[in-house]
Design a protein around this ligand. Structure first.
Ligand code: NI
Length: 138
């Protein structure tokens, strides 16, 4: 069942929000607000870390393959916590850049620790840790 709510925003903030949702291709404000709420709820679920369910996350990294020892370091980190690493994919983006996608599964706190240690390495140009959810309560 859907409930309706009203939200008060100042004009400038609403204008920026409308630009954002247009850029992202949302059809309406409601879907954009729902996604923002879901994102925060997933974050909260992870931060609490009380859920015994194993969690799944994806680490995404872009780096220059010539960056000193970075490739080795990333491999070492993954071997050190091999029980948390489900799979990884390496894509050679162009002559210099590599994209690595790593799927992690295990206790939420461990995944966040390993994921952050991967993406925070020096030489990583873009690093993101995406926290997944089964969406049972969303
Ligand atoms: Ni490569």
């Amino acid at each position: 069942m859907l409930s309706r709510i009203g939200i008060s925003l100042d004009e400038a903030l609403l204008e920026q929000f409308d630009e954002l949702i247009e850029e992202r291709g949302y059809n309406n404000r409601s879907e954009a607000v729902r996604d923002l709420i879901r994102e925060e709820l997933v974050k909260k679920e992870w931060e609490r870390g009380t859920d015994a369910q194993p969690k799944v996350a994806v680490a995404l990294l872009v780096f220059d393959h010539a960056a000193r020892e970075l490739g080795q370091k990333l491999t070492r980190t993954q071997h050190a916590d091999h029980d948390l690493i489900v799979s990884s994919m390496h894509v050679h983006m162009d002559r210099h850049h590599c994209l690595e996608v790593i799927v992690l599964k295990g206790p939420g706190r461990d995944i966040v620790r390993v994921g952050n240690s991967l993406i925070s390495n020096r030489g990583v140009k873009l690093g993101r840790l995406l926290l997944a959810t089964r969406g049972d309560k969303l």
